[in-house]
Design a protein around this ligand. Sequence first.
Ligand code: ADP
Ligand code: MG
Length: 241
Amino acid sequence: MPIIAVRELRKSYGHLEVLKGINLEIEAGEVVAIIGKSGSGKSTFLRCINGLETISDGTVEVAGEYLDYNEAQLRKLRLKVGMIFQQFNLFPHLSAGRNVMLAQKVVRGTRASEAEAIARQMLAKVGLAEKFEAMPGELSGGQQQRVAIARALAMHPVALLCDEITSALDPELVSEVLAVVKGLAKTGMTLAMVTHEMRFAREVCNRVAFMHQGKVHEIGPPEEIFANPQTPELRQFLGAA
Ligand code: ADP
Ligand code: MG
């Protein structure tokens, strides 16, 4: 059974149809890169999967449960699927550890002592065991993004969605974040990742989905997508990338 199953997904904003019938299944432990031009609908697609957007048509199924249109169910879905953004969105007045503890306490009602234990464990997982007390302002962009990853992991998501999580980083900080993602992939985390890092997609991902004008235009294993693109649109995208 796939962890994420998207069928004929459509999403419109007013008269603008942004997603035009997307079909994609992601198996447990699979790592899928999503590539494509700006405006092709990549972020909207991820936002639909974790219930940050209502959908206009089609179905989204996560861990065997269909996404509904009511708020309570969308909230539940957001708990199951972690999402990490280009901007880290850490609370600047809270330490790294407190940032990782917060959602657990507020959303799940986890006891402070347990939330702290989980936060320490997750910070260690992203290589920041020593930074529990550090304030976001004292951390590099790469470290802040790793805290954001730890925060998502602390919720024990069934899958993790990453939306250009290295795009705001200085080039020398990209690799430390990608190394963490690669580590998660190795431990079997299910990942869908919008990225411009083609080398990473090639090395780490099981499949690459190329989005174009609101559709999955081509999908396949990285060696096929990169070495043997079938459509002029993908050829042009790869040529420009
Ligand atoms: P990508 O992530 O591939 O750059 P997006 O999913 O952000 O693409 O956007 C796809 C299209 O949807 C764009 O034309 C964008 O302007 C439009 N769009 C995205 N979010 C909204 C919104 N909240 N309201 C109206 N239009 C939106
Ligand atoms: Mg985007």
